[in-house]
Design a protein around this ligand. Structure first.
Ligand code: ZN
Length: 437
């Protein structure tokens, strides 16, 4: 591959990166039809209200490739179509000016946006039914240097939550969660950085609890997915419905269990604690590096050691990694960087590790879908004593290690050995080498 000559094509350097035009299969087909029709002077392909062949083809491509977002990025020479798949942004087709203008117009009309070029960012949304699935498209148009940028977030309105056993829990971890679900007391917190799949796990839990025919209430900001059979309340601080008011309202509605979208400040931490202290089970998410880190975060949000130890029942800490395609993954001796990574986490590098390759099944990506790397902490009597004694994270971790606790790194290494994912994916997770039991 002669990169030097490619870079001179005035293509904003995109030629340097790999283009995956096969991702836009339906769109390419629609564009070919369009060209043919123009040559035949066929009036049938006239753009009109309710007729958006290229726009629908693009959405169809996104749906088939399981993209979470679609991007139309203007650059010199045209507009680049990009797909976010399993968290990674992949370049696909570069459309000419005329093709792009038509596609963008169709998309805007579809989302009921003004089709004239935008001078400030605008958003619109539309619900579509494609292949029997209901899709919620949230579109944002923003003016930028080379023209208008358009991005589309694709959300399935129903049935997006995956069942807990599909998320990648080891059997022993899964058993711990099942045990807590039978008991349903105190606080269960799902912890991890942004984009670590916390919401997916939470909805998986919700779905599972619904099966037990309990009265469930949620207060969320925003309500991301509708869960049939669960009462979901949208937070609305401008009308006085904040976390603490929401929790008070929820308690009056006599739930068996409550879900608070996120603990992100003192007010929401306080609200979560009040709900849990009332004897109802409470579930929420929180930003934290690992399971034990949750204790420090709650302390920083103003909860006392007594409140934390009295209410904290279980922590699920997690990260997301891409899952290797089982049809094409290969085993090879670890390269230099991988060897270094194993040493950095205190491990002897194995003879061979799994690498991504690429085949027809996975669309040449080498990966297919994502799964969680988990750490489950069921807070027990000894842990409560340490929290009450204001022990630091390190001391709590040391005690857990003595009891054979599985840390994030232990789950990560198990997934590596099984060929679920690669060292590269784990390296990008970061924060793994800090502590190992
Ligand atoms: Zn493959």
């Amino acid at each position: 591959m002669d990169n030097a000559s490619h870079s001179s094509h005035g293509d904003d350097g995109v030629a340097l990166r790999q283009r995956r035009s096969h991702l836009s299969r339906d769109l390419q087909h629609a564009l070919v039809l369009r060209e043919g029709a123009e040559e035949d002077d066929d009036a049938q392909l006239e753009d009109s209200e309710g007729y958006y062949p290229e726009a629908l083809a693009l959405v169809q491509d996104g749906l088939r490739e399981k993209a979470s977002d679609l991007h139309l990025d203007p650059m010199t020479g045209g507009v680049l179509i990009r797909y976010r798949i399993d968290g990674v942004l992949l370049d696909s087709l570069l459309l000419s000016g005329a093709q792009a203008t038509r596609l963008i117009n169709q998309l805007k009309i579809l989302a009921k946006l003004d089709p004239t070029p935008a001078f400030s960012p605008r958003s619109g949304r539309v619900t579509l039914e494609l292949d029997g699935r209901e899709l919620d498209l949230r579109m944002t148009v923003a003016p930028c240097l080379n023209g208008e940028k358009l991005s589309i977030r694709m959300l399935e309105s129903r049935g997006v939550y995956r069942d807990l056993d599909e998320l990648g829990f080891e059997d022993s971890d899964y058993a711990k969660i099942e045990g807590w679900l039978d008991d349903l007391a105190g606080m269960l917190l799902v912890a991890g950085p942004t984009g670590s799949g916390k919401t997916t796990t939470l909805y998986g839990l919700l779905h599972r609890m619904k099966v037990f025919e309990r009265h469930l209430l949620t207060i969320e900001d925003p309500v991301e997915y509708e869960v049939p059979g669960v009462t979901q309340i949208q937070m609305d601080p401008r009308h006085g419905l904040d976390f603490s008011a929401g929790v008070k309202t929820m308690l009056r509605l006599d739930p068996d269990y409550m879900l608070l979208g996120e603990i992100r400040d003192e007010a929401s931490a306080r609200a979560a604690c009040d709900a849990s202290a009332s004897g109802k089970g409470l579930m929420s998410t929180l930003h934290s590096r690992d399971a034990v880190g949750v204790v420090s975060v709650l302390r920083n949000y103003g909860l006392t050691d007594l409140e934390i130890s009295a209410n904290l029942s279980m922590v699920v800490s997690q990260r997301l990694v891409r899952t290797l395609c089982e049809d094409c993954r290969v085993q090879q001796p670890p390269n230099q960087e991988e060897t270094r990574w194993f040493r950095s986490v205190g491990m002897t590098p194995p003879e061979e590790v799994w690498h991504a390759s690429g085949c027809e099944t996975c669309g040449e990506l080498g990966f297919s879908g994502r799964c969680g790397v988990f750490e489950i902490w069921r807070v027990d009597g000894e842990d409560y004593e340490l929290i009450l004694a204001h022990a630091d994270e390190r001391s709590i971790q040391e005690q857990l290690a003595k009891k054979g606790h599985r840390f994030l790194l232990d789950d990560a290494l198990a997934k590596l050995e099984k060929g679920v994912t690669t060292v590269d994916e784990l390296r990008q997770m970061g924060g793994l080498g800090r502590w190992r039991g």
